[in-house]
Ligand binder design. Structure first.
Ligand code: ADP
Length: 705
């Protein structure tokens, strides 16, 4: 604040004595002196009022020395007040230069006051806010304006401030007064409020999700091991109210069989973790019923420092299990249907084949007749193959296939497969290369089934390669396994189909021409048969038109397996003429089988139902009875039981002929009094062997599953 400097005041002097004139003159002198002093006093008062006086200098009449009387004490409270303000206060020029600042300004800017003075306030305002500051300064001439700015300090930090700029008329000139309020704490407070608000909103959301979830949710206090909070779905699934659950430990709700398995998972183990995910368990409801649930438990750490709780979730699987059971049932019915279908389709094929065989032997050599017979024969073969595959597959999927395991030579298996597939390979004009290991390997398995695996692969190679292609079968030996590769240069398999190529009914192209009239089960069967032999099969192809490769990996027989019995019939068999009664409600089947047996030199009679069979048997006294099981009115089982009561029947060897060959089917025929059980279509070699030696059990009857 500019000051006018000390003001000098003259002290009053005493009037001189004497005559009247002199007195008058003296009085005039006194009057003038008083007049001067009055003027001086008025001037001093004016100076004091206008604030242009810091101090008075008075000549002390006692000492004659001047004395200085300071006026500082008068504005000290204002100065102190300004210096101790919480806000920064600054006097600015109209262009924003700092003329004066209090200590708080220096503190806010982190800059000593002498370096602040004389510099524009904009020095400490970030560049993007310069125009805002300029605008405030311009408007401040008309009245106070306020706004928010960020002060940028020399250490790189910024401070949010509220700035109020107002006009400040000093010494008649126009200056501005700026009051700066630090908003840091206020901002922090606002941020805190905002965070609290967000937290509350998030808690409310969580609570809504918790309450409305269709998944049963529960919080468990790990100290008391009791439920502290459950949602409505949890109560609905368990049948208990919230209050009842508060008195329960989580394991109380588990079925006793599951308690030992998962009960301990609710409580933290080593390292304080709880980790139970998607366990399928049963929950005991309040009404005593039990329901399947998917159970998960996890640790919920609390942010407010409270001890952690366990969070349990349960999903009611009742509907899902019902749907799964229905699917399984539908799948089972489908398998059963396929099995029945294949079985029923196969029945008529046997007599047709037998009839064709008879035609071959007995029909006159007329070319048209021979041609017709060949057509029938070819079509029968194709149908038999399809039906056999279907039947095999349904047996395999139902785990009902019977393997005749024995030591078999890898070379023999491959030779059989090549023999089976050779006609198709030749028909399509392919070139086949077969490379076998120098030393033969012995596998432990069912030779026929193993050959079926490779003939399926060779047939496919022949089918899915354009005529004149190349097919290669290469067998090598690894440490304990035989590895057989079947490769072709045919149409290849797209990468998208490759992963499911072994699934049942998968066909890349379902058009009849491309699918080669197959059913899409050859590879599924090959895989199951390989797996039943503890092997692996995989398919590779670089894509369409790039050929395909199938690799079969089969374990070699170990020492104990190499010694298994060789059940294959060896050598030629002596044909003994027998008296045979054939009984089947399918006349074709009975007649063709009878004719074949007659051609083989046996004496044969037929009957088409059980009652008739008993009459024929009584008159014919057969040594051997071939009896179909599935007959109307009196079935095969009942017919057998009645035959056994006859003197002739008690002596006969009664053989069941049936499409069903599972252990329980065999047990049933045994219980009904049958001596043997043959599965249709009967292997002629096996039948011949049995007829030659009826007391011995046949090869299939001694088979191992
Ligand atoms: P099917 O041959 O009766 O259709 P498979 O189960 O044997 O049934 O084969 C399934 C499908 O895999 C075939 O329809 C065919 O699309 C494809 N496939 C199998 N083998 C080959 C191969 N060697 N080359 C190309 N495609 C093949």
């Amino acid at each position: 604040m500019p000051k006018a400097g000390p003001h000098r005041v003259q002290p009053a002097t005493p009037a001189p004595g004497g005559d009247t004139d002199r007195r008058l003159a003296a009085l005039e002198e006194v009057h003038r002196a008083l007049q001067r002093r009055l003027e001086e006093a008025e001037e001093t008062l004016l100076a004091i009022r206008s604030g242009r006086v810091d101090a008075f200098v008075i000549d002390d009449p006692a000492t004659g020395e001047p004395r200085v009387y300071s006026l500082e004490g008068a504005d000290r409270p204002y100065r102190t007040f300004v210096e101790h303000m919480q806000q920064g206060a600054a006097v600015l020029s109209t262009t924003g230069t700092v003329l004066f600042g209090n200590a708080r300004v220096s503190e806010m800017l982190q800059c000593p006051l002498d370096q602040v003075r004389g510099k524009p306030l904009a020095t400490w305002v970030s560049e993007e806010e310069h125009s805002a500051l300029r605008e405030m300064l311009e408007k401040a001439h008309q009245g106070a304006v306020s706004g928010e700015l960020r002060l940028a300090r020399s250490d790189g930090t910024t401070v949010p401030v509220e700035v109020i700029v107002s006009p400040l008329p000093l010494d008649g000139g126009s200056t501005l007064c700026a009051i700066l309020t630090d908003l840091t704490v206020q901002r922090q407070h606002e941020a805190l409020l905002h965070a609290q608000h967000a937290l509350r909103a998030s808690e409310e959301r969580f609570r809504a999700v918790f309450e409305q979830s269709s998944v049963g949710l529960a919080e468990i206090d790990l100290g008391s091991r009791r439920y502290v909070r459950v949602n409505a779905a949890f109560s609905a699934i368990t049948g208990y109210t919230n209050a009842e659950l508060a008195a329960c430990a989580p394991e109380d709700l588990l079925h006793p069989a599951d308690r030992a398995e998962v009960g301990h998972h609710w409580y933290p183990v080593r390292g304080g973790t709880i980790e139970l995910r998607n366990a399928r368990v049963r929950v005991l409801r309040k009404d005593g019923s039990e329901i399947p649930v998917d159970l998960s438990v996890g640790l919920l750490k609390q942010s407010n420092g409270s001890p952690p709780v366990a969070l349990q979730s349960i999903v009611d699987l009742t509907q899902q299990e019902k749907a799964e059971a229905m699917l399984r049932e539908a799948d089972r019915r489908k398998d059963e249907f396929l099995a029945t279908l294949a079985h029923e389709l196969r029945n008529p094929l046997a007599p047709i084949s037998s009839a064709v065989e008879i035609l071959r032997r007995k029909a006159p050599p007329i070319p048209e007749l021979q041609w017709s017979r060949d057509v029938i024969e070819r079509q029968i073969k194709q149908m038999t193959r399809l039906v056999d595959e279907l039947l095999d597959l349904s047996r395999v999927t139902r785990g009902q296939i019977t393997l005749r395991r024995e030591p078999v030579s890898l070379a023999d298996v491959i030779r059989d497969a090549v023999e089976t597939s050779a006609p198709l390979i030749q028909e399509r004009g392919h070139h086949l290369d077969v490379v076998l290991p120098e030393q033969d390997a012995i596998l432990h398995g069912d030779g026929t089934r193993l050959a079926q695996v490779f003939s399926n692969l060779l047939n496919n190679a022949a089918k899915y390669t354009d005529p004149g292609g190349r097919i290669e079968l290469r067998a090598t030996l690894r440490e304990n396994a035989a590895v057989v590769l079947v490769r072709d240069n045919g149409i290849g398999i797209p990468a998208t189909v490759l992963p499911r190529i072994f699934d049942m009914f998968t066909q890349v192209d379902r058009t009849l021409e491309r699918s080669q009239s197959g059913l899409g089960i050859g590879l599924a069967l090959a895989r199951r048969l390989t797996e039943l032999h503890r092997g692996r099969i995989e398919a590779r192809s670089a894509g369409q038109g790039e050929g395909s490769e199938f690799v079969v990996n089969l374990p070699l027989a170990d020492a104990s397996e190499r010694e298994g019995p060789d059940l294959r019939p060896h050598g030629t068999m002596e044909v003994v003429s027998r008296r045979i009664l054939v009984i089947d409600d399918s006349r074709d089947s009975a007649d063709t089988l009878a004719m074949m047996l007659a051609l083989a030199g046996h004496s044969v009679r037929t009957a088409y139902d059980g009652a008739n069979a008993l009459q024929v048997g009584c008159a014919f006294n057969p040594e051997i009875v071939l009896l179909d099981l599935g007959m109307p009115k009196v079935d095969g089982h009942e017919t057998c039981r009645r035959m056994r009561q006859q003197p002739w029947g008690a002596q006969s060897v009664i053989i069941a002929l049936t499409g069903w060959g599972q252990p329980e089917d065999r047990r049933r025929t045994q219980d009904s009094g049958f001596d043997h059980h043959l599965v249709k279509p009967v292997d002629p070699y096996e039948l011949t062997a049995l007829l030659a030696n009826p007391a011995q059990r046949s090869a299939t009857e001694t088979s191992v599953t």
